[in-house]
Design a protein around this ligand. Structure first.
Ligand code: AGP
Length: 612
């Protein structure tokens, strides 16, 4: 939640900050602001998107080669000019940007109020900058030391950057729980929540660790200390990210680009790991834990949102192929309900961003009970993979649309490979079946490509249902999590109420909702419980519901009764979600667009949820 960017060097800071904020806007977009230093310290901020800030900046003084910028997703205090970052300290000598939450802000605020501090915003961040200045004045220490002392008093998560009017050649940054990357250029530094604002200037980066403070000085080497005042040697890494991955590449929206990237992202997630010719699956990242996984009495999958839906597919895959019991848990529930965790458990945390606070806390909790933690993650170097014992990256590439699409299919691809790897180790599948599964998985990208060709038909269907107020999504077996995912996609970007259900559960309640106004999306692919799903469709039609069915190519039965049928290529039941979700992603995209919604930046949402 929230994106932060900062620059110090010889270049004009303003264009670097503005471009950086645009790249980070997926992290939050209710207000934005920048602070730039020339002979004065200037602060500009505005409610709304980065584009609103840009318009507001016309005619303003923004010269200077040191500055900080922020794009916000509101936690403490509504979206407003006052609550937007950066925030000044009392004397306006210091200015701060912050991503995260200071949990004990209320007690600190009361304490500062008693000492005469007045607050201009409702944010926890303003409390922090007042506290830092208070310490600086009272203890007569430099800014680094004041930040260090203050952070020892603070409970919560933060990535912060502070600029001081009295030292225009230095930025102080710190991290705990929220990400912070430092790009190291020639006599210049770039700081940001992720590498996207940095990649076009330098490929050399240092990921700040929790509990570290960076002293970033003009024309000096980067210094890192811990909040306990120990020196750390910066560990430089090379970015693999390419600039074109961050651009729309001719598509109108990132979401549409990302939907269409799926043949590539699934292929990349399998590359070097699946060798169908040799009949082998090798996930290098979990090699040291292969035996542990094979011997696990139980696997617990923890995740949120779309990643949780992928986890449900993972449950079916592991149980069917590797014959190991699996529980799939909402990270936010798991961490607070005193679950039974055994040392023999293997926990798999799934996250696109690698930053989701609930998932991170749940995996840390499970680790404290002795479980082995594996991660499936998309963002390289993010907190979740770095906190786990081992794991596999999805290689889907940057996902910028707030609605997850390609990360879902990439996560399922990794889960399928993991389940197959355990099956291979345990010998739970007959060799011929194992080989057929490998061959089929290898053919999935092509089948996704074929499915994407239904775009125009789906657009036509979207036109007919764009004004619906409710949608029901039904699926069985492997397609049940797809029904949940289809409903989530529709509600988050088009704001239409939608529910996903196991098809057979419809008769236990949701059937009461069905009338001629109710579109029902049914995933009715061949194999599995096809005949039973056909009966559900009959029940919907008997009550005059409108049926949009996802069917296997050549289907006749459903075609005879459904209002619309979208054909997808035939595949194994276990891999159906990788293909059947594609039409649902496109349907939600087109409906949202036709309703005039902001597809890439839906209201109230942010791409990574770093708060509880
Ligand atoms: C899905 O479209 C959402 N953006 C959301 O549910 C997301 O999947 C969830 O917040 C989990 O995020 P993560 O995968 O980055 O952990």
């Amino acid at each position: 939640m929230c994106g932060i960017v900062a620059y110090i060097g010889d270049k004009p800071a303003y264009p670097i900050l503005m471009k950086g904020l645009q790249r980070l806007e997926y992290r939050g977009y209710d207000s934005a602001g920048i602070a730039i230093m020339n002979d004065k310290l200037h602060l500009y901020k505005k409610k709304g998107k980065v584009a609103d800030l840009e318009a507001f900046m016309e005619g303003k003084d923004y010269q200077g080669n040191i500055g900080i910028g922020h794009t916000r997703w509101a936690t403490h205090g509504e979206p407003s000019d006052a609550n937007a970052h950066p925030h000044f300290s009392k004397t306006k000598s210091l200015v701060i940007i912050h991503n995260g939450i200071i949990e004990n802000y209320s007690a600190l605020r009361e304490e500062l109020k008693k000492r005469g501090y007045k607050f201009k915003s409702e944010t926890d961040t303003e409390v922090l900058i007042h506290l830092i200045e208070d310490i600086q004045v009272k203890e007569k220490v430099d800014l680094f030391e004041a930040v260090r002392i203050a952070l020892n008093e603070v409970i919560g998560a933060y990535a912060i950057v502070i600029l001081s009017k009295d030292n225009p050649d230095q930025l102080i940054a710190a991290k705990k729980g929220s990400p912070l990357v430092i790009g190291v250029g020639n006599d210049e530094y770039f700081l940001a929540s992720d590498a996207s604002p940095i990649v076009e200037y330098t490929r050399n980066v240092v990921y700040l660790e929790d509990g570290e403070i960076a002293i970033v000085s003009r024309k000096e080497d980067l210094k890192i200390k811990t909040i306990k005042n120990k020196d750390k040697t910066p560990y430089m890494q090379e970015l693999e990210l390419k600039l074109e991955m961050l651009e729309k590449g001719g598509y109108d929206h990132f979401m549409l680009k990302e939907i269409h990237e799926q043949p590539r992202s699934i292929r990349d997630s399998m590359r070097g790991r699946l060798n169908a010719k040799k009949g082998l699956v090798t996930l290098g990242g979990i090699k040291d834990y292969e035996t542990k996984l094979a011997k696990a009495q139980r696997i617990i999958i923890i995740a949120c949102g779309t990643s949780w839906h992928a986890g449900l597919v993972g449950e079916y895959l592991f149980e069917e192929m590797a014959r190991v019991p699996v529980e799939v848990e909402y990270a936010s529930e798991f961490r607070y309900r005193n679950p039974v965790i055994l040392e023999s458990d293997v926990v798999i945390a799934i996250s696109q961003s690698g930053e989701t606070a609930d998932t991170l806390a749940a995996m840390q909790f499970a680790e404290s009970k002795g479980a082995t933690i594996l991660a499936i993650c998309n963002v390289v170097g993010s907190t979740i993979p770095r906190t786990s014992h081992a794991g596999s990256y999805t290689h889907a590439g940057p996902e910028i649309g707030v609605a997850s699409t390609k990360s879902f299919t990439a996560q399922i691809t990794i889960l399928a490979l993991m389940a197959l790897q355990v099956a291979q180790e345990k010998g739970t599948l007959p060799r011929s079946k194992f080989q057929q599964l490998l061959n089929e998985l290898e053919s999935i990208p092509e089948k996704v490509e074929t499915t994407l060709k239904s775009n125009d038909q789906i657009k036509y269907i979207a036109e007919e249902y764009k004004n619906a107020t409710n949608f029901l999504y039904l699926g069985r077996g492997y397609n049940f999590p797809v029904a949940l995912e289809g409903a989530l996609k529709l509600k988050e970007i088009s704001y239409i109420h939608a529910e996903g259900y196991p098809a057979a559960e419809m008769k236990h309640g949701p059937i009461a909702l069905i009338d001629e106004e109710m579109p029902v999306v049914v995933i009715a692919t061949k194999k599995g419980s096809y005949e039973k799903v056909v009966s559900t469709i009959q029940e919907v039609k008997a009550r005059k519901g409108k049926v949009i069915a996802i069917v296997t190519k050549g289907d006749k039965e459903v075609k005879a009764i459904a209002d619309h049928c979208i054909e997808i290529p035939e595949t194994f039941e276990a891999f159906a979600p990788l293909v059947s979700v594609i039409p649902l992603q496109l349907l939600s995209y087109h409906i949202a667009l036709m309703r005039g919604c902001n597809v890439d930046q839906p209201r109230n949402l942010a791409k990574s949820v770093t708060v509880e």
